[in-house]
Write a protein that binds this ligand. Structure first.
Ligand code: GUN
Ligand code: ZN
Length: 429
C-alpha cells in the first residue's frame, strides 16, 4: 500500500464535491481476476480518522497541495494536435482546409507515433488521465496511440475514423475494408490492459448508408465497445445531413436508424437539438460530449444545458482539440461556465463550480459507463490523480488563500488555472 497526505477532493454519488482539508489517500493493488497491475483507491478521507488504520503505510506528505481526480476528456482528436488555432469561417471549411490535410499525414506510422507521444505528454501536463479520442481513418494511427498509451498504463479509448464519402483522397476509406479494419482493431486492442475501442463514424455526412449500417452491426456484436461521432454541431452541417438522409426524422435519428445509439455512445456537440432528439438521447442512453471552446472557436452555437437537464440525458466536458483551443480542463470548464451564462440568458442559468468540475471527472466517467472506475477518488476507483498546487502563480496563491468555501476555491482554480496548477499527474499511483 501507499498513501498521500494533502487536501483531498472527490465526489459523492449525487455529484457533490467533498473536500478533506487534511486528507489521506491510500492506494493498493487491485484484487480482481483481471486486476493485472492496476492500482486502486483503498481508502480516502480525513487524515486524523484514517491514519490509525494505516499506521504502517509509508505516507508522502504534500502540505498546501490538493489531490484531485484526473480529468477525463470526453472528446478530442489526437491527430489534430497541430491543427489548434487554424482560422476558418466555420466547421466545413475548417475541415476541408486544415483538418483533412493534417490527418492525411497519419498514413505514416512514424508520424503517428511521434504525434501520439506529444499528445499524451500534453494530456498529462494538463491533468487529463483518460481520453476518448478520435484517431484518423488510417489503422496505423490507432495502433500508434494504443501502443503509446499502453506503455504509460493509461485508460484510453480510441478508434479508426470511418469516412467513405465526401472526404478527399488521403483520408477517405473504402466501405468493406474500413469495417474489416475496425473489427480487427477491436479484437486486437479492446480490453487489453486499460485500453478500449470506439467505433468511430466521423459524422453522418462523411459516411455512406452501407458504412453506417456496418458500424451499427459491429456495435451490436461488441456491446461493450464504445461509439463516438459528431452531431448537430453547425447549421450548414445539419442541413447537409438532412439532404443526405431525408428519411430520418432528424440529424441525430440518422444514427438511431443505423443502430448507433446505445449506452457507451458518445456524441460530440449536440447543439442544434429539439426535445425529440433529447428524448432519444435519454431513451437510448447515449450521451453528449460538450465542447465549449470548440463551439466558440468555430462559431457553432451553445449547448443547451437547461434542455438537457429538463429531458434528462447524460453529458460531460470535452476539449475537442483541434476545433477546441486548449488541452486544459480549466479552460474548458471556464468556457462551459460562459455557455451556461450567455447561451441561456433568458434562463439565467449559472453552472456551479462543483458541477463544472464533476462534468470533467466523475460525471464524464458516468457518461462513459466507467463510474467507479475512473474520474473519482472514492475507494475502488483506479488511482489516477493530480497533485494541484493552488499557489502555483502569485495571483492563484492570493485568490485561493481568500476562498471562504469549497465553491469559491474550485471557481478560483477554474478561472485562474492552467497547466501550471497541475504540479504532478499520477497514473496508477
Ligand atoms: N465533424 C466532423 N469531423 C469533425 C472534426 O474533426 N471536428 C469537429 N469539431 N467536428 C467535426
Ligand atoms: Zn470533434
Amino acid at each position: 500500500m501507499k498513501a498521500w497526505r494533502a487536501s483531498l477532493l472527490r465526489f459523492d454519488a449525487d455529484g457533490r464535491a467533498v473536500l478533506d482539508t487534511d486528507g489521506l489517500l491510500v492506494t493498493a493493488p487491485a484484487h480482481t481476476a483481471n486486476g493485472g497491475g492496476r492500482r486502486v483507491v483503498q481508502a480516502a478521507g480525513d487524515f486524523a480518522t484514517l491514519a490509525p488504520q494505516y499506521a504502517g503505510v509509508p505516507v508522502t506528505h504534500l502540505p498546501g497541495r490538493i489531490l484531485a481526480p484526473g480529468f477525463i476528456d470526453l472528446h478530442i482528436h489526437y491527430p489534430q494536435t497541430d491543427v489548434i488555432g487554424s482560422p476558418a469561417e466555420g466547421l466545413l471549411p475548417w475541415l476541408e482546409n486544415y483538418t483533412f490535410p493534417h490527418e492525411s499525414q497519419f498514413i505514416d506510422a512514424h508520424h503517428a507515433a511521434q504525434v501520439a507521444e506529444f499528445f499524451l505528454d500534453e494530456l498529462a501536463r494538463n491533468g487529463v488521465t483518460t481520453a476518448l479520442t478520435f484517431a484518423t481513418s488510417h489503422p496505423q494511427s490507432v495502433n500508434a496511440l494504443f501502443a503509446a498509451a499502453r506503455q504509460r498504463q493509461l485508460r484510453l479509448i480510441t478508434g479508426k475514423v470511418l469516412q467513405d464519402r465526401h472526404s478527399p483522397d488521403g483520408v477517405r476509406d473504402e466501405t468493406a475494408q474500413s469495417l474489416a479494419d475496425t473489427e480487427e482493431l477491436v479484437k486486437q486492442w479492446h480490453g487489453v490492459d486499460r485500453l478500449g475501442y470506439a467505433i468511430t463514424p466521423r459524422f453522418a455526412p462523411s459516411c455512406s448508408a452501407a458504412q453506417l449500417r456496418g458500424a451499427g452491426e459491429l456495435a451490436a456484436r461488441y456491446p461493450d465497445v464504445w461509439i463516438q461521432s459528431h452531431v448537430a454541431e453547425n447549421l450548414d452541417e445539419v442541413r447537409w445531413a438532412h439532404e443526405l438522409f431525408p428519411d430520418s426524422r432528424s440529424y441525430l435519428s440518422i444514427y438511431d436508424d443505423f443502430g448507433l445509439m446505445r449506452e457507451r455512445a458518445v456524441y460530440a456537440h449536440c447543439i442544434h437539438f429539439d426535445d425529440e432528439d433529447r428524448a432519444l438521447m435519454r431513451r437510448t442512453g447515449a450521451v453528449a460530449a460538450i465542447s465549449p471552446t470548440s463551439n466558440q472557436f468555430l462559431g457553432s452555437g451553445f449547448f443547451d444545458y437547461a434542455g438537457a437537464d429538463r429531458v434528462g440525458f447524460g453529458y460531460g466536458l470535452a476539449s475537442d482539440v483541434g476545433g477546441g483551443t486548449s488541452f486544459s480542463p480549466f479552460r474548458t470548464m471556464l468556457a462551459a461556465y460562459a455557455v451556461g451564462r450567455e447561451g441561456q440568458t433568458k434562463l439565467g442559468l449559472s453552472l456551479s463550480p462543483q458541477h463544472l468540475w464533476w462534468q470533467h471527472t466523475a460525471g464524464a466517467a458516468r457518461a462513459l459507463g466507467l463510474e467507479g472506475v475512473v474520474g473519482n477518488l472514492q475507494p475502488g476507483n483506479e488511482s489516477d490523480f493530480l497533485v494541484l498546487n493552488p499557489a502555483a502563480t502569485p495571483l492563484l496563491a492570493r485568490r485561493t488563500a481568500q476562498a471562504s468555501s469549497l465553491d469559491e476555491l474550485l471557481f478560483a482554480m477554474i478561472v485562474l488555472g492552467d497547466d501550471r496548477l497541475v504540479e504532478k499527474t499520477v497514473i496508477m499511483g
